[in-house]
Design a protein around this ligand. Structure first.
Ligand SMILES: Nc1ncnc2c1ncn2[C@@H]1O[C@H](COP(=O)(O)OP(=O)(O)OP(=O)(O)O)[C@@H](O)[C@H]1O
Ligand SMILES: Nc1nc2c(ncn2[C@@H]2O[C@H](COP(=O)(O)O)[C@@H](O)[C@H]2O)c(=O)[nH]1
Length: 196
């Protein structure tokens, strides 16, 4: 009997708690591994200093986000940290995958669960902090949230850390270059995704 190898999806979903370093790891991937296509999410939150529309996010109004949802333009979307809506535009993901490019989404847990339902063949990677204390240090050190917003994010972080076992692989973000290397190795290996 001939063994037919299961074709692997080239879609990687990277999730993890607030301030673990998802954005930092994704930015390093974008800079060092341009062969990996990284989705640009739409969000209703305001840009932080230095964030560029169309590069870091598509910054959209509530009305525009409503339209994207109504017209089924988003692969997944969620209200994150009870603060703003974030979503993955569907068409660019489909185009990247159709072109044979490895593609990566950097999204929250709720979004990862939605993608799990619609694209179960994707590889789900959990980015974990070395410790909760280090996560708090990174959140405070980033300095982009108010104390109240930090509290909200840390409350969500407890829930997100409890969901680690839902993911195929965990990468602990001790050092950014090592985390990027682990991610690239997974993507290149054709995602040795364990069966569920
Ligand atoms: N390996 C690391 N070691 C030390 N600091 C790190 C590391 N990775 C990221 N950081 C720092 O931690 C802070 C949070 O990182 P980042 O904004 O990338 O997190 P995030 O997971 O994208 O957060 P959020 O989900 O809230 O958007 C930043 O100041 C970043 O420079
Ligand atoms: N479900 C989705 N979550 C997303 C998306 N893009 C980003 N995110 C997540 O939002 C939080 C907060 O991000 P921040 O930039 O405001 O700090 C973070 O966990 C991101 O991973 C998305 O398209 N869908």
């Amino acid at each position: 009997m001939t063994t037919v190898e299961q074709p692997h999806s080239r879609l990687v979903v990277l999730a993890g708690p607030t301030a673990v370093g998802k954005g930092t790891v994704a930015a390093a991937m974008r800079a060092e591994h341009p062969e990996v296509w990284i989705s640009v999410s739409a969000t209703t939150r305001a840009p932080r200093p230095g964030e560029v529309d169309g590069v870091h996010y598509l910054f959209v109004s509530d009305e525009e986000f409503d339209r994207m949802v109504a017209e089924d333009e988003l692969l997944e979307w969620a209200v994150v940290h009870r603060a703003a809506r974030y979503g993955t535009p569907r068409r660019p993901v489909e185009e990247a995958l159709a072109a044979g490019r490895p593609a990566m989404l950097e999204i929250d847990l709720q979004g990862a669960r939605q993608v799990r339902r619609t694209m179960p063949e994707a590889l789900f990677v959990f980015l974990a902090p070395p410790s909760f204390e280090e996560l708090e240090r990174r959140l405070v050190g980033r300095g982009t949230e108010t104390a109240a917003e930090r509290e909200r994010r840390l409350a969500t972080a407890h829930e997100e850390l409890a969901a680690e076992s839902e993911f195929d692989v965990t990468i602990v973000n001790h050092e950014v270059p090592a985390a990027v290397q682990e991610l690239v190795t997974l993507i290149r290996s054709g995602s040795a995704r364990p069966a569920h």
